[in-house]
Design a protein around this ligand. Structure first.
Ligand code: SF4
Length: 460
């Protein structure tokens, strides 16, 4: 059964600007600790004044791969009042470098020092509703809990606090409510709307923003993506972490230029662009979740290609982004975009399906062709595990972004060349299969680095 509640997520919650390397382990925790700081600032003063310590407890995948994913520094950043879309990534990367580093957390004129010892990584099984759980506590002198917040980082940088509605919940209703592809198609046919028109009208109804502002923000999102590519194809050196992985994007880019007349050169350029943005993500620089940070190289690779090689108009690019968002919403709403729940099929698989939908719609494909492209994109990532070496979003993540983009391109070609009516599997069906596969997958393959590549390669 797919969800019956209509999708109320905004485009700009799906495509979020923030620091790498992980939306669920970096952006989500920073938002949670920022929210906790805000709540400390609104506590009754007689409780706040008793506060002497802050403790942070990390569970599940946050505990297993949090260090490699920068969860510790993200949490400290949030407690210092930093937010993902405005923080300085260099300053963020400078936090928690050594065990002795201490930071003063200030609320209501009270200052509490925290350090690495304020974080506890709880290993083993938990009964929390989501594998990415964190609990932040304010304690008194004797260690009694004065106030606490339990947060779930549910993927793509979205968070939910225990007892609160999901982030982004709104009383506003979309103009055309849908929770499945079937319902979306009925709206389009009944109202004679193009997919991009429907998406804009829903966004206007949900956010209250005028169309012009929505389009401006979509262009801005693409700019952030392309800035990551431009930085990445120039940046040389070793990525942070014990793997000591060399950046490859600048070399790939130079080789692509040398073979620019080869028939497959666009693929070489696309690989360079995907790696460039992914390496920037791994370095903790600013990227755009699409739908996650781990998968934040797929879209820049494709959109850079569309803009600078295929010369798509700005309007076609925006239309493609809107089609992609529809696909991302459907997966998030009915399965999950979290690697901790779905393995990598939730991240790169969803990004690939979104990319396939974007290419197909921008090229003039029908809604049936968009559905077929997205279905193919998901279908050929079913069961793909998440087993990052050392907990760093590097191997297999960086190359996997290029592979996800290549599959997106091929899914688009397949969908555009075969009569869409011949597609036997619907998008709604493949999402059900994805959800069931994610549930059946061992937790060892869901962003814990307890199996697979994570165990078979020795860090050097
Ligand atoms: S393997 Fe995939 S899901 Fe796991 S951290 Fe890497 S990109 Fe994310």
């Amino acid at each position: 059964m797919l969800s019956k509640n209509p999708i109320t997520t905004s485009l700009f919650d799906l495509f979020k600007v923030g620091p790498g390397p992980s939306s669920s382990h970096t952006i989500g925790p920073m938002k949670a600790s920022y929210n906790f700081l805000h709540q400390l600032n609104t506590l009754p003063i007689e409780i706040a004044q008793k506060g002497k310590q802050i403790q942070i407890h990390l569970y599940g995948s946050l505990s297993a791969t949090g260090k490699g994913h920068g969860t510790d520094r993200a949490i400290v950043g949030g407690l210092l009042g930093w937010q993902p879309h405005t923080c300085d990534p260099k300053a963020l990367n400078g936090l928690m470098k050594v065990q002795e580093d201490k930071y003063s957390i200030v609320f209501q004129g009270i200052a509490i020092l925290i350090s690495a010892t304020s974080l506890t990584y709880h290993k083993g099984k938990t009964d929390f509703p989501h594998p990415n759980t964190m609990i932040l506590q304010l304690l008194d002198e004797a260690g009694n809990v004065l106030f606490e917040g339990e947060y779930y980082s549910v993927g793509g940088g979205f968070i939910q606090q225990k007892g609160q509605p999901p982030e982004g919940s709104t009383d506003r209703q979309p103009a055309y409510p849908y929770s499945t592809m079937e319902q979306l198609k009925v709206h389009l046919k009944t109202n004679g709307l193009a997919l991009a028109q429907l998406m804009i009208q829903n966004e206007q109804a949900l956010t209250g923003l005028p169309e012009k502002e929505i389009l401006r923000k979509i262009d801005q999102i693409q700019d952030f993506m392309h800035k990551a590519v431009k930085r990445g194809i120039r940046a040389k050196g070793i990525l942070p972490g014990s793997i000591r992985l060399q950046r490859k994007a600048p070399v790939l880019y130079e080789r692509a230029k040398q073979h620019a007349s080869a028939t497959d050169s666009f693929l070489s350029f696309m690989n360079a662009y995907c790696l460039a943005a992914s390496e920037e993500n791994a370095a903790g620089s600013i990227v755009v979740t699409a739908p996650t940070s781990g998968a934040s190289g797929v879209f820049p690779g494709l959109t850079y290609l569309m803009k600078y090689h295929f010369h798509y108009s700005p309007q076609k690019m925006r239309d493609g982004m809107l089609a992609a968002a529809a696909i991302g919403f459907l997966v998030k709403h009915n399965a999950s975009i979290s690697g901790a729940e779905m393995g990598c099929m939730g991240e790169i698989g969803t990004a690939s399906a979104m990319g396939a939908a974007m290419l197909t719609y921008a090229a003039g494909g029908s809604i049936e062709a968009v559905e077929a492209a997205a279905e193919i994109g998901i279908e050929h990532h079913l069961g793909m595990t998440c087993d990052p070496i050392g907990g760093y979003v590097q191997i297999p993540c960086i190359e996997r972004n290029a592979m996800g983009a290549a599959k997106a391109y091929n899914a688009y070609l397949l969908a555009m060349t075969v009569e869409p009516g011949m597609q036997k599997i619907s998008f709604d069906s493949v999402i059900k299969v994805m959800r069931a596969t994610g549930r059946d997958m061992s937790k060892k393959y869901k962003e814990t680095s307890e199996a697979g590549l994570a165990l078979s390669v020795t860090e050097c």
